[in-house]
Design a protein around this ligand. Structure first.
Ligand code: FAD
Length: 419
């Protein structure tokens, strides 16, 4: 068997970056991937366009990681958004910035990112084996000696970097194997749970709005009757509840509170640009304009068509009332509804359907300077398998690349210093 110095398990964003970096630092590297192709998750990220990073200032970057942002402090400084964009450009992928600082390939093609990473691996001389599932990490006297794949096939090396991802979207290959390895090796795994996941609601009227996307709305999470966080932007109604960027961002905390048994409500302000008084004046103007029409025909200037029947039903005002008969009290009810359409959140969708897995290898057991395990010598962790998660906007891929960069460099340096 060929002799390798560093083995990387998992060919996603973190694993490809780690393998290339280890090789760049002089190590003989083997990258082992369960699926037939590398980068399956990259290929579907950002709806196939791959939101690789965010333009956010590096000093503010870590605020966008509700899961252990501080752990990433030095890691992101080492390989920041500019470094990632520079890296991609070097391998032929020019990037552009969109709304919210989101960075995408100019080609709008996630596969171009995979091609760039593959070109990098080839240039660095990394050996790639796909279609191999690693089942065990081999350790002797608290030092890693290699890995074992299906059919008892062993691959030996001085260092192993585990980049097996989380447990979301298992069809892409990330089925939580790293968590199993970690527990067996004596690492503490913070319970994996869904982050960036759609929310289920008690209200069944959401079904009638399925597919309706609302832009420039404000959604607030209310826990036990108190407002906790507010997000502004775009959301979507689904047959089971709500989704879309601002909902995904709120979902991490919503899920946590539900698991604690708290009552979780979502209040949507459909007109956040207007104060209550301004919206009332606007309503009065519309009611004036449509004073002789039925109520059901008086809201089209204000709301998307599909939302009107639901709002009418929730307002309790008869849809066939002539508008000039609507009294002040009723108008105030409608006003409150427009600025506080309330939904009761019953649950998140499953971990498998989440964009990102929160939880993972406890960061206290990883040296942030090297991504090395503090438990097993020669073992490194990088990417979503680690207990770090960010909001939408390119933060999760940036974190995976940056952790992979650091782990690869450290492992490469370590094995080469031993030669
Ligand atoms: C639908 C979707 C869209 C997303 N869009 C974005 C986005 O636009 N921007 C963003 O920043 N983030 C996005 N994310 C999140 C981001 O893609 C991930 O956080 C990131 O890809 C994680 O990289 P990783 O290398 O740690 O893990 P993964 O990409 O999951 O890679 C892990 C790899 O390890 C392999 N593997 C697992 N177990 C084994 C084993 N036992 N043996 C061998 N190989 C194994 C897997 O097959 C897989 O290839 C999205 C996620 C999803 C699901």
């Amino acid at each position: 068997m060929k002799d390798y110095q560093v083995i990387v398990v998992g060919g996603g964003a973190a694993g490809m970056m780690a393998a290339g970096q280890a090789a760049k630092n002089g190590a003989k590297v083997l990258l082992l991937e369960k699926k037939e192709r590398l980068g399956r998750k990259i290929a579907i990220s950002g709806k196939g366009r791959c939101n690789v990073t965010n333009e956010e200032n590096v000093s503010d970057f870590i605020r966008n990681y509700p899961g252990n942002g501080r752990f990433l402090h030095g890691i992101l400084r080492d390989f920041d958004n500019a470094a990632l964009r520079h890296f991609l450009a070097r391998y032929g992928v020019e990037t552009k910035v969109e709304r919210g600082g989101r960075v995408f390939p100019v080609s709008d093609d996630a596969e171009s990112v995979n091609k760039a990473l593959t070109a990098y691996l080839t240039e660095m001389g990394v050996t790639i084996l796909t279609g191999i599932t690693i089942e065990d990490i081999l350790v002797e006297n608290d030092r890693v000696i290699g890995v074992q794949g299906t059919g008892q096939k062993r691959f030996l090396a001085r260092s192993v970097i585990i980049c097996t991802g989380g447990a979301s979207y298992p069809a892409t290959g990330s089925t939580g194997d790293g968590f199993r390895f970690a527990r067996k090796l004596g690492h503490h795994v913070i319970t994996p749970r869904p982050a960036l996941v759609p929310l289920k609601t008690a209200e069944t009227w959401v079904k009638e709005l399925q597919g309706l996307s609302l832009r420039n709305v404000e959604a607030s999470l209310w826990i036990g009757g108190k407002k906790k966080i507010t997000e502004f932007g775009e959301m979507l109604f689904t047959h089971f509840g709500v989704s879309g960027p601002i909902i995904l961002t709120l979902s991490r905390q919503a899920g946590e509170e539900i698991r604690k048994g708290e009552t979780v409500q979502l209040r949507i302000n459909l007109k956040p640009a207007l104060s209550r008084e301004q919206l009332d004046l606007r309503l009065q103007r519309d009611f004036q304009k449509y004073s002789n029409k039925q109520f059901k025909n008086a809201l089209e200037d204000l709301l998307p068509q599909s939302l009107i029947p639901v709002m009418i039903q929730l307002s309790g005002i008869n849809s066939e009332r002539v508008v000039h008969q609507i009294n002040r009290e009723e108008r105030k009810t409608l006003l409150a509804l427009l600025q506080g359409l309330t939904l009761t959140i019953t649950d998140t969708l499953s971990l498998e359907t989440a964009i990102v897995t929160a939880g993972g290898i406890d960061v206290k057991e990883i040296n942030p300077k090297t991504m090395a395990s503090k438990r097993i010598e020669g073992l490194y962790w990088a990417g979503e398998v680690v207990d770090v998660d960010g909001i939408t906007g390119g933060y999760n891929l940036q974190a995976a690349f940056a952790m992979g960069f650091r782990a690869g460099r450290a492992a490469g340096e370590e094995v080469c210093s031993l030669v």
